[in-house]
Design a protein. Structure first.
Length: 408
């Protein structure tokens, strides 16, 4: 079975250059390629690095051109596509896509920003009477919802821009849904909401969680060693710090949660870790707030913190870093929205407001025994309740095959 994968970015799982979308293809494609003949086409704007394992596993790999950001900005008033989608729908890209899709048994369109180009090629082929391949589309985060949520936090021109992008994304999603056999998102909550909006079934395939290196002497409880008695109590947050929902979460942690915790826990420190911190996050640093930048091993950061906090109320999809924190055996406090898709089974503390988050964090900082209990529960839960990348790849493989066709 010949599968053509069209990805909006190069598959890249590295902490420095990858993102939540490129991480999925980087982990799933080497596993899919064991059973399918995979031809990969990915757009390349120079920001991602193609994973070597992906390149070795695929039958062929080709890059697609991306229009410049400047031309996309100038064209915005005249196009009916989201800005990043228009950048990927040039005539040159469409020509290469058409050649690659000719004779394919199945197509996996990964990321909303490839949808318009894939739609255009499929519609042209259908008009010429060409047989249509089986189509799976994977919209990691439903973008219409994402932009609508962003708009709710904005005012003036920024709000107008976000609402405009939401309308454009809705058009793209609806058009793509008419051509696809299987429509996939990450979160069950997103799947239910998206299904109602599109008027068709939408499937959730959760991201996998990589197996941590357990040969480094980490104790079963998740912490390498007891913290020094004279070390300041620490609260941690990790995420891509240029991503708007993470910016909002970092701001809430520093401005709303930290002052409340500091009233009960003198000397408490906050560590913000992640790449691409912009001016809004950089301005938060100073005093008790430390900006750590990118970390090579997120599990080490999680274990270093006394409590890891996810206070955000924006975004779609499932929060990968929250799953990673639990698997690493961190003591986690999260807003109910940030923990969407993660049931409360005693492995973390959920809270509904900044005040509740602060109270939970202060209580845990004063109770090492409970922190250790939660860390043990989190590690055990992550090892048994979260899917592996092998599970995710198997779900994609099943969705790509017509009913009754099994792997060879």
């Amino acid at each position: 079975m010949r599968l053509v994968v069209v990805a909006e970015d190069a598959p890249d799982a590295s902490p420095g250059t990858g993102n939540g979308s490129s991480m999925i293809t980087a982990n799933v494609l080497p596993l899919l390629a064991r059973d399918l003949d995979v031809d990969l086409l990915h757009y390349d704007d120079g920001r991602r690095t193609l994973d070597e394992q992906v390149a070795a596993a695929c039958r062929s790999v080709a890059t697609l051109p991306v229009r410049s950001a400047r031309s996309a900005t100038l064209a915005l008033p005249f196009t009916r596509l989201p800005r990043a989608s228009w950048r990927r729908a040039s005539p040159a890209a469409l020509g290469r896509l058409a050649a690659a899709l000719d004779g394919a048994d199945a197509v996996w369109a990964h990321g909303l920003h490839v949808f318009p180009a894939v739609c255009e090629v499929l519609e042209r082929a259908a008009a010429q009477g060409s047989p249509r391949p089986r189509v799976l589309v994977h919209e990691i985060d439903p973008w219409a919802d994402h932009w609508t949520m962003r708009a709710a936090e904005q005012r003036g021109p920024r709000r107008w821009y976000d609402l405009y992008q939401a309308r454009l994304a809705t058009v793209v999603e609806t058009r793509m849904s008419r051509l696809t056999d299987t429509y996939v998102v990450v979160s069950p909550t997103d799947a239910q909401r998206h299904s109602g909006r599109l008027g068709r079934p939408v499937v959730a395939i959760p991201n996998g969680v990589g197996t941590l290196d357990r040969s480094d002497g980490v104790a079963a409880g998740g912490h390498e060693a007891p913290a020094p008695a004279d070390r300041a109590p620490t609260i941690g947050f990790l995420g891509t710090l240029g991503y708007p929902p993470n910016v909002e979460a970092a701001r809430r942690l520093v401005r709303a949660v930290l002052p409340r915790v500091a009233q009960r826990v003198p000397g408490v420190q906050v560590h913000l870790a992640g790449r691409r911190a912009g001016a809004e996050v950089t301005a938060l640093a100073g005093g008790a707030v430390h900006l750590r930048g990118m970390v090579e091993r997120p599990e080490d950061f999680f274990r270093e913190m006394d409590v890891v906090v996810f206070p955000g109320d924006l975004g779609t999809g499932t929060k990968n870093t929250l799953a990673e924190a639990l698997t690493a055996g961190a003591t986690v406090v999260a807003s109910r929205f940030a923990a969407r898709g993660v049931p409360d089974e005693g492995q973390l503390v959920l809270a509904a407001s900044d005040e509740e988050i602060a109270t939970a964090v202060a209580d845990l900082l004063g109770d090492p025994g409970r922190r250790e209990l939660l860390a043990r529960r989190a590690r055990a839960w992550g090892g048994t309740r979260l899917p592996s990348w092998k599970d995710s790849a198997a779900a994609f493989a099943a969705a790509l095959r017509p009913a009754g066709v099994h792997e060879h």
